[in-house]
Design a protein around this ligand. Structure first.
Ligand code: ACO
Length: 434
């Protein structure tokens, strides 16, 4: 990656009575950064930023978020325009290559992805090793990491051709693995990918077709799946992407790195939130129960949170949530679920939260997960699959970020430090004298 950082007037700090001038850099849009790389060498102190709330960990040219304004851009293109007009594969190309493809580039890319959708036949035996009640995310973490054992001809991270092949394999095989994790959990036979179908339709078919019947992909649901994938495709340096970059910084192979991203995504504060949000909405059950639930959320002695609300970066409406709400209505209309009590609870909860002082003062707005659970449930997915679908979509973001890091020659192994508050040096005491 060619650095596009620009120099700005420097900043000065005083540490231990020593004044230090620190370089300041700017990007194309967004906040400037203070370069503290030499701080420790020159002053002997570290910066302290657990949770990385004020830390830019890298230079990136992929995704931009303005959390205060509720803006999300992939390579400069607003997410709502991409969700309205684009397709997921086009967005994959954009994230991976930096520009929207022309027709020939698109066709070539779509072919490359389509022809990598199958899995090694022996790979299917992996799934049988899992218990039937295994969470599909547990299966994803294990099997995606195991891709390195099957496709080691694309694990040389220093070879750009192998990196591209690994990227195509990951984008292409992730839906096949996800569909198998689903089929395995419900005891149905695996369905092979079909090359004549588009990415989302192929995925839905692998999830829902059974040998006993013909399966016709519903175009409304296929488009909804595609838009869901677009909305989740990348989100700059979030927890799972930072995990992928940190794993990759040691030189680990891309399959291992993506597997680490899946593991991080699983948590309820990140990708697991859509599952948690739907569980919460169903637990509330009826609009009459909302006031009591809101009371508990606001009670500082109760650790109940309004799942699907709040975001580390967005202090405004998550722009993806708007598109997801639209998608939710389209899917429920198609599947005849507009009277769905969960939707009613969600809409009422959103209305109350957007006017309640507790949420307003903390800038807690609906995030993408608030409506995605209802949408996915209406499409026929069980809650345990929600985070898996997120992982399928985010794979391209992880791989684009990993590739960008690999192409950045200034990249070093990620190695944060700490402020140590444990015991100072002390001498060992023999067991019989303790
Ligand atoms: N419900 C109720 N109160 C909340 C919520 C919530 N969902 N989120 C934050 N708050 C409150 C906190 O209690 C805190 O209040 P206080 O100042 O009185 O102590 C204040 O808002 C700030 O909260 P933090 O936890 O410091 O905010 P942070 O930026 O660290 O957290 C997070 C962001 C983890 C997303 C949080 O908002 C949350 O837990 N949300 C619910 C889970 C969720 O929906 N996650 C999905 C994120 S989007 C994604 O991963 C795709």
């Amino acid at each position: 990656m060619q650095s596009k950082i620009t120099k700005k007037p420097s900043a000065t700090i005083t540490v231990n009575n020593k004044q230090l001038e620190l370089p300041v850099y700017g990007g194309s849009v967004g906040p400037d950064v203070v370069d503290i790389r030499k701080l420790y060498a020159q002053t002997g102190v570290f910066t302290f930023d657990p949770g990385f709330t004020s830390t830019a960990s890298c230079e990136s040219q992929i995704t931009y978020i303005d959390g205060d304004e509720g803006v999300l851009l992939y390579r400069g293109y607003p997410i709502d325009q991409l969700a309205e007009h684009s397709s997921f594969l086009e967005v994959c190309y954009l994230l991976a290559n930096g520009e929207l493809p022309n027709t020939a580039e698109y066709q070539r890319f779509a072919k490359d992805i389509t022809y990598h959708t199958m899995l090694h036949a022996q790979f299917d035996r992996f799934f049988e090793g899992f218990r039937r009640d295994a969470h599909p995310m547990a299966i994803m973490v294990g099997t995606v990491g195991a891709l390195a054992a099957f496709y080691h001809d694309s694990t040389d991270i220093n070879d750009p051709v192998q990196r591209t092949i690994a990227s195509h394999r990951l984008i292409a095989k992730m839906p096949t693995i996800a569909a198998r994790a689903f089929k395995y959990s419900i005891g149905q036979p695996f369905v092979s990918p079909r090359n004549e179908l588009d990415y989302a339709s192929n995925f839905l078919r692998m999830c829902f077709a059974v040998p006993a019947e013909d399966y016709k992909v519903n175009p409304v649901l296929a488009r909804a799946m595609d838009v869901f994938f677009i909305l989740h495709a990348d989100h700059e340096q979030n927890a799972s992407t930072s995990t992928v970059r940190l794993a990759g910084s040691s030189g680990a192979n891309p399959f291992a790195c993506i597997s680490s991203g899946i593991a991080c995504l699983w948590g309820p504060a990140h990708g697991g939130a859509n599952e948690a949000a739907l569980n919460m909405l169903e637990e509330i059950g009826h609009v009459d129960n909302i006031p009591e639930f809101i009371r508990r959320v606001k009670d500082p002695n109760d650790d109940v949170r309004l799942m699907g609300f709040g975001h580390r970066v967005y202090k405004n409406y998550d722009p993806r949530a708007k598109a997801m709400q639209k998608l939710c209505h389209a899917v429920l209309k198609e599947t005849g679920g507009l009277d769905n009590p969960t939707l009613k609870v969600a809409m009422e909860l959103e209305k109350i939260a957007l006017s309640d002082e507790y949420f307003v003062s903390r800038k807690l707005y609906p995030n993408i997960d608030f409506y995605s659970g209802i949408t996915l449930r209406a499409m026929g997915f069980p809650t345990s699959m929600f985070t898996v679908l997120f992982a399928v979509a985010r794979t391209v973001g992880w791989i684009a970020q990993w590739t960008e890091m690999m192409e950045d020659e200034s990249q070093k192994i990620g190695r944060p430090r700490q402020v140590y508050t444990g015991a100072p040096k002390r001498d060992y005491v023999a067991l019989d004298r303790r």
